[in-house]
Ligand binder design. Structure first.
Ligand code: ATP
Ligand code: MG
Ligand code: MG
Length: 333
């Protein structure tokens, strides 16, 4: 028998107790923003800098979370609903800009660790700053800004849902399911898409068409969205967490269905041609694409955010979800 919802909720609240005394205001990362703007401007004064990722999604900055930045041209911003180019040429130009930017960052902040990552789907530089804030910088790609704004628009419909998301994220990192830890396979972004899809299926949120999100209308530095403690001593949070686990363990049909925010209702693998056959053929940067646990990216064409979930990892996911019911997302033991 899993513990009662009230017990689960209280346990999760306790695990986040430290947030009560922390300054979660997004102004805490504005300093990092200014520093990166200065470097970007040195490479090209016409570029604009946008912050996305968890700071944008939640409207708060958790200590220890990295900050995601993207430098966009004026045209990128004006054409804020445009598709991102995915050609090798576009990738080459991005890598070139980032190479220049990396040099400037190293010059201005010689003690920082700056790594140029070229082999990923999207060229990025990873900066480990001295002041405890780490960040990723990409260029000319709107999709991160758009998907973060989409997730945020959903959480704005029901701000307490951020607790479910934060609980799931924390758990995914601690049990090793999160792609940010060795052996993990689903990114925080993927878990957020899972959370929102679940809430949509339950009718707890109203569908938002991804095409509605326009970068031209998004603030470069995400506004603060205060995080109130869960209501009712965490009873509703506990119910939500248990129901989320119940949904993905017993209701979601992983063999046939796709977790998707692209359209309301159900999306099938068949519909996207994410079949066994396609799985046998598909490769990305030489790596196999799995269609075992399918999460459709709302903006990237034909991209499974769960592409690294192998059959073995899918079994891990199920086992950890089963355990998570007993342990209140690994907060009670
Ligand atoms: P964290 O606090 O763990 O950093 P986060 O909310 O910033 O969480 P990330 O997983 O770091 O989330 O994702 C940041 C951005 O990276 C997303 O907005 C998305 O654009 C991109 N991204 C992450 N994972 C994937 C993926 N599997 N496929 C495509 N894009 C991804
Ligand atoms: Mg991030
Ligand atoms: Mg990041």
């Amino acid at each position: 028998m899993p513990p009662a919802a009230a017990v689960v909720g209280r346990s999760i609240m306790k695990a986040f107790q430290h947030l009560a005394t922390q300054d979660l205001h997004t102004r805490r990362v504005e300093e990092a923003y200014r520093v990166v703007v200065e470097c970007v401007t040195a490479v090209d004064p016409a570029m604009r800098l946008y912050m996305f990722g968890s700071t944008a999604v939640y409207g708060v900055h958790e200590k220890g979370s990295d900050v995601d930045f993207v430098a966009l041209s004026e045209t990128d911003v004006e054409d804020g609903k445009g598709e991102d180019a995915a050609t090798q040429v576009a990738k080459g130009l991005q890598a070139e800009f980032l190479g220049k930017l990396a040099r400037v960052v190293r010059q201005k902040h010689f003690s920082w660790n700056v790594e140029e990552v070229r082999r990923t789907r999207v060229p990025v530089i990873r900066v480990k700053g001295g002041s405890g804030v780490d960040f990723d910088i990409t260029v000319n790609r709107r999709n991160g800004v758009r998907n973060s704004a989409l997730l945020r628009a959903y959480f704005e419909q029901d701000p307490p849902c951020r607790w479910l998301s934060m609980g799931v994220k924390r758990w995914s990192k601690r049990v090793g399911l999160n792609a940010s830890v060795v052996g993990g396979s689903i990114t925080s972004y993927g878990f957020n898409l899972m959370v929102v899809y679940y809430l949509l299926q339950r009718g707890a949120l109203q569908f938002i068409p991804p095409t509605a999100i326009d970068v031209a209308k998004v603030a470069p530095v995400p506004p603060y969205l205060p995080l109130e403690p869960p209501q009712n001593d965490g009873v509703e949070l506990g119910e939500r967490v248990l129901d989320f686990l119940q949904f993905y363990m017993n209701e979601f049909d992983a063999a046939r269905h796709v977790i998707s925010l692209s359209r309301p209702g159900i999306t099938t693998k068949e519909q996207l041609n994410w079949t066994k056959d396609a799985e046998d053929r598909a490769r990305m940067n030489g790596e196999k694409i799995n269609y075992q646990w399918c999460i459709e990216d709302p903006y990237e064409l034909n991209l499974n955010v769960g592409r690294n979930v192998t059959p073995l990892k899918r079994d891990f996911l199920r086992k950890h979800m089963d355990k998570a019911r007993e342990t209140a997302l690994l907060t009670s033991t």
